[in-house]
Design a protein around this ligand. Structure first.
Ligand SMILES: [Zn+2]
Length: 456
């Protein structure tokens, strides 16, 4: 709440008019401060009350909006509001704004505004400020505030949706500070029944593609969204969105989802554990994720299956094929099938460039014939599920670009295509109570919204 872009006010009024105007503005200013404090306190209180778990029971939103504001911290602190009110008492100031174009430099902008180079030098004397202010991007807006003598008082630069830089020209030189806005988080509800396709149902329900992708990612371990979706399948989701001044910032995040697929109901609840790790769990606290991705590469076809005996295509000898060959174009990214540590990285005879990952005591996976590795990994590196470890190639003995992939349990090779994959780690025992409360709350919210939607 700042009073930007005030037109220049010329001081040609009579002294009596000026006295009256000053009085009027002072009254207005005091009023503003009172209003600002009131608004601030109200919002502050709302923010607090909304954070209590009772929210989930006393929730009184109507079904048509289905929006809960979790926090009102988007409201700025009272300080700038008071500042703005105080600014009103000295109306003789003038804001001019400059939109940066390609090729613009700060000195060019200063020239345009009739400001001297020595003033610019003074401003960018501060090294940390220089780094920010001289890296201007086209489209950014610089606001300059001048006083009645046309002297530069302040420069304002919006750095991101959330962060603004203020440079104040004081008698001791330039000082700067940042103002950061906290977005307002809104919780939204949506539900749909699938008639034609999941996409059209979701779009009708007001969800964008990113939300469908998230849903498919969360439940993708249990439901194959490409093949298993049926007419009359349905879903309910609770998700959050972040806003600054009614502008949505990022695609929302799903808090809970219920999906009925082919008559079977699946639930997922998002939970961030004490260590800050985010995951989706069943209402009982089992991870919905598997500890391993079934197929660590996007392949065109399986060029050789797992078998205990087969003729080797290059060596022409009968040999067990203890993995699966996924044919894929040269350079296709290869992902780590699960969290683990790199226990081998390098060239390994006929396997060419290969990586072995050990996933705890019991499991290990092996990836061969790579064209190259991801540079960031070396022996002993920790790797996360889904991280790209290298790229498809045909190093070693290979008749074409493919990934040779092995899956071992206690050192014994299993068929990666059919092996039963374990679930990822469930909720830790000491967090189970906390999780149960959270899951009960969000699932109750799903049900409440559904009832409201039906009543409306
Ligand atoms: Zn192979």
């Amino acid at each position: 709440m700042r009073f930007d872009y005030q037109p220049p006010i010329h001081t040609t009024h009579s002294p009596r008019f000026r006295r009256l105007a000053t009085l009027y503005i002072t009254i207005l200013g005091v009023g503003c401060i009172c209003y600002a404090f009131l608004t601030y306190n109200i919002n502050e209180n709302q923010g607090k009350s909304f954070k209590t778990p009772q929210l989930f029971k006393n929730e009184q939103q109507n079904a048509s909006t289905s929006i809960l504001e979790l926090s009102s911290s988007g409201v700025q602190t009272a300080e700038p509001i008071i500042q703005a009110a105080a600014n009103m008492q000295t109306p003789i100031e003038n804001w001019r704004s400059v939109t940066i174009k390609t090729g613009d430099t700060l000195s060019k902008v200063f020239n345009t505004l009739g400001l001297s180079n020595s003033l610019l030098q003074e401003m960018i004397n501060d090294h940390s400020l220089k780094k920010i202010i001289t890296k201007l991007r086209p489209g950014q807006i610089l606001d300059f505030k001048f006083d009645e003598n046309d002297a530069l008082r302040e420069v304002k630069l919006k750095l991101t949706d959330l962060k603004t830089l203020y440079i104040i020209h004081t008698q001791e030189g330039f000082k700067h500070y940042f103002e950061e806005q906290t977005p307002i988080t809104k919780i939204k509800y949506s539900s749909a029944k699938i008639a034609e396709s999941l996409y059209s149902a979701a779009h009708t329900a007001g969800l964008d593609d990113s939300m469908i992708m998230q849903m498919a990612e969360i439940l993708g371990w249990d439901i194959d969204f490409a093949a298993d979706i049926r007419t009359n399948d349905s879903f309910k989701i609770l998700y959050e969105e972040e806003y600054i001044n009614d502008t949505k910032l990022n695609p929302g995040k799903i808090l809970a989802v219920e999906f009925v697929n082919n008559g079977k109901t699946y639930h997922a609840v998002r939970y961030i554990d004490a260590k800050g790790n985010e995951g989706y769990y069943s209402p009982e606290g089992h991870s919905l994720q598997k500890a391993f991705i079934r197929t660590p590469v996007k392949y065109t076809r399986i060029s050789s299956h797992f078998s205990t005996n087969r003729r080797h295509p290059v060596l022409h000898k009968i040999r067990a094929h203890k993995g699966v060959d996924y044919a894929a174009p040269q350079g296709t990214p290869i992902k780590a099938a699960g969290d683990g540590k790199i226990s081998f990285i390098g060239t390994k005879g006929g396997y060419g460039k290969a990586i072995e990952i050990s996933h705890g005591q019991k499991y290990s996976t092996f990836y061969a014939h790579m064209s190259r590795f991801n540079n960031k990994f070396k022996h002993g590196s920790t790797v996360k599920q889904g991280e790209v470890i290298g790229y498809v190639g045909q190093t070693g003995l290979a008749s074409g670009p493919h990934l040779h992939y092995e899956f071992r349990i206690n050192g014994v090779h299993h068929n990666p295509v059919t092996v039963q994959l374990p679930r990822a780690t469930p909720i830790a025992k000491h967090e189970q109570d906390e999780f149960n409360k959270h899951a009960a709350n969000v699932l109750a919210l799903l049900t409440t919204h559904e009832r409201l939607a039906h009543r409306g």
